[in-house]
Ligand binder design. Structure first.
Ligand SMILES: NC(=O)c1ccc[n+]([C@@H]2O[C@H](COP(=O)([O-])OP(=O)(O)OC[C@H]3O[C@@H](n4cnc5c(N)ncnc54)[C@H](OP(=O)(O)O)[C@@H]3O)[C@@H](O)[C@H]2O)c1
Length: 272
């Protein structure tokens, strides 16, 4: 039997992190495809204006505001979507945040907040969603990670590790979810022009427009392959770099980013 692939006539698509950026553009594309789309983020007004923007499209966009880091709230949202709109057949766990993490200014809070949103934010959604999909005997879930999970980059110790964890989690879950007729995919974008990247002060190779990224995501969801990644000219190069010996990778990343030449600010003298 072919593994389930979501279709608009089967039920609801749910997108987290849909108030801005990739999630917002994807929600609109899904509504254009005819899906009724449940959208979640913390900023309710932006979800309401997204819903208004979708008026006239084949599918509606319905706001379900909430914080993905709140386990109870996420279980409540899954319940509310299914009660008021219908069964979730496609869940795209996209909410995420980048906190710059530099070795000379390490603080635990950056790591905690990153994992609360990027990792537990997905876990808090996937647990109640998969439970319901399992009862129905089919479902389709996609986790938005990042190519920064392929290997370590300067200043991404918390973000990159959270995205590496999502890649591993998706791969591990696939063994069981396949048997439950639940398709799982991991989406690893390169640099996309969104509020998340607009504060980056460094050059971003192959930076992609958000609408193009959403289109590539939709195409990937439809084709159903385990990993969806884009733009290929950048992400396939990173895949190659991933299999290089580590000394070569450290040398390349230092050279390409100029990181090796940056002075580390002097630390405070230890107090006696
Ligand atoms: N842009 C890139 O280059 C790039 C590359 C690879 C991967 N990604 C990943 O793609 C995903 C979307 O990123 P983006 O670039 O579109 O960034 P974005 O424009 O900053 O969007 C992030 C979304 O996540 C939501 N969010 C953040 N914290 C949340 C929380 N605690 N609870 C609920 N929602 C929350 C935000 O809404 P509220 O603030 O309203 O809650 C917003 O809707 C992220 O997982 C990101 O890591 C992005």
């Amino acid at each position: 039997m072919a593994l389930y692939r979501a279709k608009p006539k089967d039920g609801i698509a749910w997108v987290t992190g849909a108030s801005t950026g990739i999630g917002r553009a994807l929600a609109l594309d899904l509504a254009r495809e005819g899906y009724q789309v449940a959208v979640t983020a913390r900023t309710e007004e932006k979800l309401v204006s997204l819903s208004e923007e979708a008026e006239g499209l084949p599918g509606r966009i319905i706001p379900f505001p909430g914080d993905v880091a709140d386990e109870k709230a996420m279980a409540g949202i899954v319940d509310a979507i299914e009660t008021s709109a219908g069964p979730i057949v496609l869940a795209v766990f996209n909410a995420g945040k980048y906190f710059q993490t530099r070795g000379e200014r390490l603080n635990a809070e950056n790591f905690v907040r990153t994992y609360e949103i990027n990792l537990f934010g997905v876990i808090n959604g996937i647990v109640p969603t998969v439970e319901r999909m399992r009862e129905r005997g089919h479902g389709h879930v996609a986790i938005v990670a990042s190519v920064s999970g392929y290997f370590g980059w300067p200043s991404t110790a918390a973000y990159g590790a959270s995205k590496a964890a999502l890649n591993n989690m998706a791969e591990s879950l696939k063994y069981d979810l396949d048997k439950m007729n639940i398709r799982i995919q991991v989406i690893n974008p390169g640099f996309i022009d969104t509020p998340l990247t607009e504060k980056n002060a460094f050059p971003m190779p192959a930076l992609m427009k958000v609408d193009d990224a959403a289109r590539r995501m939709l195409k990937g969801l439809k084709s159903g392959g385990f990993e969806v990644t884009f733009p290929h000219r950048f992400t396939w190069f990173l895949k190659l770099l991933r299999v290089c010996p580590q000394p070569l990778r450290f040398w390349f990343v230092n050279k390409a980013t100029g990181w090796g030449r940056r002075p580390v600010p002097a630390g405070r003298k230890p107090r006696n």
